[in-house]
Design a protein around this ligand. Sequence first.
Ligand code: ADP
Length: 492
Amino acid sequence: MDAQSLAARLKTSGLLRSQGLIGGKWVDAYDGKTVKVHNPATGEVITEVPCMGSRETKDAISSANDAFQSWSKVTAAERSRHLRKWYDLLISHKEELGQLITLEQGKPLKEAIGEVGYGASFIEFFSEEAKRVYGDIIPAPLADRRLFVLKQPVGVVGAITPWNFPLAMITRKVGPALACGCTVVIKPSELTPLTALAAAELSLQAGIPPGAVNVVMGKASDIGDSLLESSQVRKITFTGSTAVGKKLMAGAAATVKKLSLELGGNAPCIVFDDADVDVAVKGTLAAKFRNSGQTCVCANRVIVQEGIYERFATAFSKAVQNLQVGDGFSEGITQGPLINEAALHKVESFVEDAISKGAKILLGGRRHSLGRTFYEPTVMGDVKSDMLISREEVFGPVAPLLRFRTEEEAIHMANDTNAGLAAYIFTSNVQRTWRVTEALEYGLVGVNEGIVSTEVAPFGGVKQSGLGREGSKYGIDEYLELKYVCLGNMEH
Ligand code: ADP
């Protein structure tokens, strides 16, 4: 089935929505303006969504604030049941949600359906965690006192998300927020709002009360500013670029909001001489080329020890050559298009910069013959630390290989960046594993493994890669306040 008829079918089924969601009502922009949503594989317009701004955002905040009054007071068991129902609905619509993701984001359908499973897992996990938000009783220093700690939801949360995981970046935030009694105003990327809207529709079907989940999209900075300015919004949770994250951090100061930031990475993937080459190739391939290199945990620098460099480069290039590029709806495709022209230009300019400074193309290095924003899976050798591609995230299907001699040199190269999200190492030496993982200034480390994200583990970065953690038992703390209560005069 072609993409256009698929979109028509999703519209009929009620999952492809073209309006924002405020207080449980589907609404257009108040001035009627829209933005087009494109299929990046074909350039076709899938639909138009409202181009909203500050007025709609203020109403969404107000709805979320109203809903908070009751949602924060229902029992944890009730919130848990609603989240579980939402999870069940996400899973029972796995295929259609996957199709929506491929339509608006471009990733291969199999990978998109995988994202639905991963995205939904946060709702399942936090439906369970909802029941485990325990407080504390503290032994009192005075006999006539009792001290305890209550955990309470922070309040209305503004959740701003990017286009690379149209579902999972939302559920990872909204799951823990709703679980502990917060309500949310979601601002998905304008490039991929449809999956967010479908997920919101399913949240209503799950019985999550109107106003607990709101979705606005359109003028990013107007929406962002309204969320920042509002004193009802008590927390901003953001995944996206470091530049926008810094703006939000500065903006949040005016109302002293809680903040979680998942920003850009510059992941090193270190292959030691003692690595198993097959394991290193498989892991690096997965860490680099998932979502065509468009994730913040994608390997950005493949740092290879000189003794294994040639063998690794040959085996890795061979594996990369087997990747199938094309429309995500076609059978057997592993690499979809880049999200847009700007992404393509960034990749091209990074590759040109590296070549001009002495890097060698081992494979690819050009736009793909399919045209549009398709780029050939690329491997580059003789890359150096001062090249643009080593300094910044390429966010595309280009693997730069850098050479190193000693373990100390590898650690130095890996840490020589302001980013600190994910790192990967490939080695069969246990002592080295401990030494290097302890020395890496990163929030996540994959050892002999290229795919490490899971709802049960804390995800987040250090240095300029962000603040806070998402997923796992730690993730819910980001949406809770501690209240210390001192009960005195016990002896009367
Ligand atoms: P990316 O390069 O991954 O698109 P961005 O940081 O530009 O990263 O976008 C991530 C999210 O932040 C998107 O939803 C985008 O619309 C939003 N965004 C961009 N600029 C602002 C802003 N000034 N205020 C609030 N949100 C913004």
